[in-house]
Design a binder for this molecule. Structure first.
Ligand SMILES: Nc1ncnc2c1ncn2[C@@H]1O[C@H](COP(=O)(O)OP(=O)(O)OP(=O)(O)O)[C@@H](O)[C@H]1O
Length: 249
């Protein structure tokens, strides 16, 4: 294994997955180094979300390895996965907030679940987090009273309460207006500046260009092509360009 590969915080090796007789992944390989952001793109139904869910053990590969900091999580039991999920945060499409809880309670939940902070400490951390994510004053609102953009930002703020090393974003800007899209991009960049490693599944190419270091195209069950963003801006041909330009599904 090359040195470059060994420094991958996330490594997916020969990942295979089928549902019934429908083969989705047939040998996916990629890695993401510490502090990098990989944009994962591909047509609808190519298995981007299944791949992300597998990285936190919500799906099991049929074969292959999923290495997080060099440890294969693919055969882990639920109890071990709880520890992995402290390190690897999955930011769900809609924020996945608890509807019956206020924003404050939603953010307090992971802290109360995993740490022994005093209520005063919990309150301080939540106020700081809401400030950081541009959401001050939203403590007492319920998810149902928030716009889609705010819900996504609260979901991101909640995932970050655990200070994860890795963040997996599933379409974080889908359906957002330019203001909220920019806010999400700023949050991703600010986390990246702190050394957070990330994968961003999206159809939003301007966001890929704004926040990612490299981009991989999932095509026919494998990583069809992978480019650094710099290379992507220069290279004018190939499946990646056809996909981005809407010339292939
Ligand atoms: N639990 C499941 N049982 C059966 N089939 C599933 C399951 N989860 C996903 N699939 C199928 O696997 C394929 C890949 O789904 P996935 O959601 O990963 O696609 P995607 O690339 O994220 O698509 P999109 O860009 O539209 O969100 C789809 O055909 C989907 O129907």
């Amino acid at each position: 294994m090359s040195n470059e590969k060994r420094s991958g915080v996330i490594e997916v090796v020969d990942f295979h997955k089928s549902f019934g007789n429908k083969k989705i992944h047939s040998g996916v390989n990629f890695y993401v180094r510490r502090g990098e952001c990989l944009g994962l793109i591909g047509g609808s139904g190519t298995g981007k979300s299944v791949l992300l869910r597998s990285l936190v053990g919500l799906e099991k590969p049929d074969s292959g390895q999923i290495l997080i900091d060099g440890t294969d999580i693919s055969g882990m039991k639920e109890r071990e996965l709880v520890e992995i999920r402290k390190k690897v945060a999955y930011v769900f499409q809609g924020g996945a907030l608890f509807d019956s809880m206020t924003v404050y309670e939603n953010l307090a939940y992971p802290l109360r679940e995993h740490f022994k902070f005093t209520e005063k400490e919990v309150e301080t951390k939540i106020r700081e987090q809401l400030e950081e994510f541009g959401l001050p004053g939203s403590e007492n609102l319920y998810p149902g009273n928030l716009s889609g953009g705010m819900q996504k930002r609260v979901g991101l703020a909640r995932a970050m309460m655990m200070h994860p090393e890795v963040v997996l974003y599933d379409e974080p800007t889908a359906g957002l207006d330019p203001y909220n899209t920019k806010k999400i991009q700023e949050s991703v960049l600010s986390l990246k500046a702190k050394g957070v490693t990330s994968i961003l599944v999206t159809h939003d190419m301007p966001t890929v260009y704004a926040v990612c270091d490299k981009v991989a195209l999932l095509l026919n069950g494998r990583i069809g092509e992978q480019y650094t963003i710099d290379k992507l801006k220069q290279e004018p041909d190939g499946p990646m360009f056809q996909f981005i330009n809407g010339e292939s599904a």
